[in-house]
Design a protein around this ligand. Structure first.
Ligand code: PLP
Length: 318
C-alpha cells in the first residue's frame, strides 16, 4: 500500500495553551470533548525544504489559516489569535524545531471541555505541531476504487469545513480501499456524483478540458485545487471547468489526478481495475506536477507569493 503515516516526536516544539511547549509535555484528559465527539477542526500545511537555499518554504500559509478560521466559525470555536498571529507562531515553531527536511504543520482547534454532553458550548483549545513528511502517497500512478461509502453531505457533516469528526468517513473509505488492494478511494455524493478522494480533490482531463467537481459536490475547497486551476489556466492555457462529474466519466477520462497538500499532485492510472487513458501518467498531470513543485518549493519568481521562507541554519534546533 502506498499510504504512509508520519509520527510527531516528543522533543519537538509545539504551540498549546497559548505558549510554546515540548510535544511530550502536552497532556489531554480522556474526557476532552473533541476526543469524545469529534468537535475539532484542523489544517494541514506543508513546508518544503530547500537544500540549495537553506530554507523551508511554507506553502500557502495564509490561505490555510483563513480556511481554518472559517472551519472554526462552523463549530463556534473562538480562535484566540488572528490569522497573522497564527502565521507568526507557526513560523516560530519551525524556527525552533529547525527541520532540514519536508515538514507538515498541523493546526488544531477543538472543544476542550472535560465533561460529558454533546453541544458546541464550552472552552476551546488551540494546538499547532509539526511532523516530518515526505511523499504521503506515491506520485507515480495510483490505483483507486470508487468507495461504497458515500461522502458526508453538507447538511449532515459539511466537508467544506475540515472537522476532525468527519474524517471517520475518510478513514472508513481508505480502510476499505486498502483492504481491497487499492491505493485510495473516490467518494460519490449521496446522489451518485463524483465528489473527491479520501483527502484530496479530483481532476479529470476529457477532450482537452480540465474538469473538477464544483464546491457544492461535498468537497473540501482545496487550496491545492485552486493552485492547480491557476497553473492550468496561466501556464498550460487549458480550459478549467467546474461541473458535476458522473462516476463512469472516471472510466472514460483521458487522465485523472488528485490534488492536496498531503497528496500533492498524484496521477491516477487505474479506477476500479480499469486503466485511465493509456494506463500510465498523462501529459497534463505530468506537466502540472512539475509546475506545482516548482512553485511550491519556492524559487519561481512568478509564484513567489505562494511561499514564505524560514531560514534554517545547520544546528539551529533548540
Ligand atoms: C477531504 C479532503 N479533500 C481535499 C483536500 C485537499 O485540500 P488542500 O489542497 O487544501 O490540502 C484535503 C486535504 O487536506 C482533504 O482532507
Amino acid at each position: 500500500m502506498s499510504r504512509k503515516a508520519f509520527a510527531a516526536s516528543d522533543a519537538e516544539w509545539a504551540y498549546h495553551g497559548g505558549e510554546l511547549v515540548r510535544m511530550g509535555d502536552i497532556r489531554l484528559s480522556p474526557a476532552t470533548h473533541a476526543l469524545n465527539y469529534g468537535t475539532g477542526v484542523f489544517e494541514g500545511i506543508r513546508a518544503y525544504w530547500s537544500e540549495e537555499r537553506g530554507t523551508l518554504q511554507v506553502l500557502k500559509i495564509r490561505e490555510h489559516f483563513e480556511r481554518f478560521e472559517k472551519s472554526c466559525r462552523l463549530l463556534r470555536i473562538d480562535l484566540p489569535s488572528t490569522v497573522d498571529e497564527l502565521c507568526d507562531v507557526t513560523l516560530e515553531i519551525l524556527k525552533r524545531n529547525a527541520p532540514r527536511e519536508d515538514t507538515y504543520i498541523r493546526p488544531l482547534a477543538y472543544k476542550a471541555a472535560e465533561s460529558v454532553g454533546v453541544n458546541l458550548k464550552g472552552k476551546t483549545e488551540l494546538s499547532i505541531f509539526t511532523v516530518p513528511m515526505a511523499n504521503y502517497v506515491e506520485l507515480t500512478g495510483l490505483k483507486v476504487c470508487v468507495s461504497s461509502w458515500r461522502r458526508t453531505p453538507d447538511n449532515a457533516i459539511p466537508a467544506r469545513a475540515k472537522c476532525t469528526g468527519s474524517y471517520v468517513n475518510t478513514a472508513l473509505a481508505v480502510d476499505e480501499a486498502h483492504m481491497a488492494g487499492y491505493d485510495d478511494a473516490i467518494f460519490l455524493t449521496q446522489d451518485g456524483q463524483v465528489s473527491e478522494a479520501s483527502a484530496a480533490n479530483i481532476f479529470l482531463v476529457r477532450k482537452g478540458q480540465l474538469i473538477t467537481p464544483p464546491v457544492t459536490a461535498d468537497i473540501l475547497e482545496g487550496i491545492t485545487r485552486d493552485a492547480v486551476m491557476e497553473l492550468a489556466g496561466k501556464e498550460l492555457e487549458i480550459p478549467v471547468i467546474e461541473r458535476e462529474v458522473g462516476r463512469t466519466e472516471l472510466y472514460a477520462a483521458d487522465e485523472v489526478f488528485l490534488s492536496g497538500t498531503g497528496f500533492q499532485i498524484a496521477p491516477v492510472v487505474e479506477v476500479d481495475d480499469r486503466p485511465v487513458g493509456t494506463g500510465s501518467i498523462g501529459p497534463v498531470a505530468e506537466r502540472l506536477q512539475e509546475l506545482y513543485f516548482r512553485a511550491a518549493r519556492g524559487g519561481w519568481e512568478e509564484y513567489a507569493d505562494w511561499t514564505v521562507a524560514v531560514e534554517v541554519a545547520e544546528g539551529a534546533r533548540q
